[in-house]
Design a binder for this molecule. Structure first.
Ligand code: ADP
Ligand code: MG
Length: 213
């Protein structure tokens, strides 16, 4: 399965999501994370520590990606529409992470409007960095998106500081010593399982389907 993580806004949890979905999918089959962001955030994450899957830039990935059961692609902060079109036409699923705040939602609306106009794979919105109660931001945004029939994953990712520690240490969040790290990992496991349930029919990578970078 080829999963691309994208959005028109930076800082919404794309790289964090790509790393943790790749960690989840590695538990199912050999998984490759392609870091297609020129900032190389995922490659830097990998270089600081140890990740349980391979991370390559889009050039290295080239023919190598054929050998993997799953491919997760992390993308630049602000793809131009043509980039998004290329990404959307060459994956099985586009994951659009969004934080529950108005600026992220504005960017999400733009992305979804754009996706409607192009030929694309299926997409799901993933709410990330959901603040703890008493904030209702997560529930409110979920209700709003459902109201307008946007496809949002039931799984959502809590805001836990362990994700920042994980990025610093170069490991997945489950390897961080923090009382809330396990909760963060459980959220991504739930998202991964939901994706597998929804898309269980197309689990192998067709090498011809990989995007031209
Ligand atoms: N669920 C979360 N809880 C807390 N912090 C998070 C969470 N997801 C991402 N972050 C933090 O938010 C910032 C942006 O995340 P990142 O994954 O780099 O986003 P993007 O790739 O979209 O720019 C980083 O500092 C990251 O550690
Ligand atoms: Mg990033």
């Amino acid at each position: 399965m080829i999963i691309t993580v994208a959005s028109f806004k930076g800082g919404v949890g794309k790289t964090t999501t790509a790393i943790h979905l790749a960690a989840f999918f590695q538990g199912q089959a050999e998984t490759l994370l392609i870091d297609a962001d020129p900032n190389r955030s995922a490659l830097n994450w990998a270089s600081r520590g140890d990740l349980p899957f391979e991370v390559m830039d889009e050039w290295q990935a080239g023919q190598n990606s054929r050998a993997y059961g799953h491919v997760v692609i992390d993308t630049p902060a602000r793809p131009v529409p043509a980039d998004l079109a290329a990404l959307a036409s060459s994956c099985d699923l586009l994951i659009l992470p969004t934080t529950p705040d108005i600026l992220a939602l504005d960017a999400l609306v733009l992305t979804v409007e754009y996706l409607k106009q192009i030929q694309m794979c299926g997409y799901r919105i993933l709410l990330t960095a959901i603040p703890p109660k008493p904030s209702r931001a997560g529930e409110d945004v979920r209700a709003m998106l459902k109201e307008v029939n946007l496809p949002i994953l039931e799984a959502g990712i809590r805001r836990v500081a362990a994700f920042q520690k994980a990025a610093l240490a170069g490991v997945p969040v489950y390897a961080v010593k923090d009382p809330r790290a396990e909760l963060g990992w459980q959220d991504y496991e739930a998202a991964g399982e939901e994706i597998l349930r929804d898309f269980s029919q197309s689990l192998s990578v067709d090498p011809g389907d990989l995007p031209d970078f």
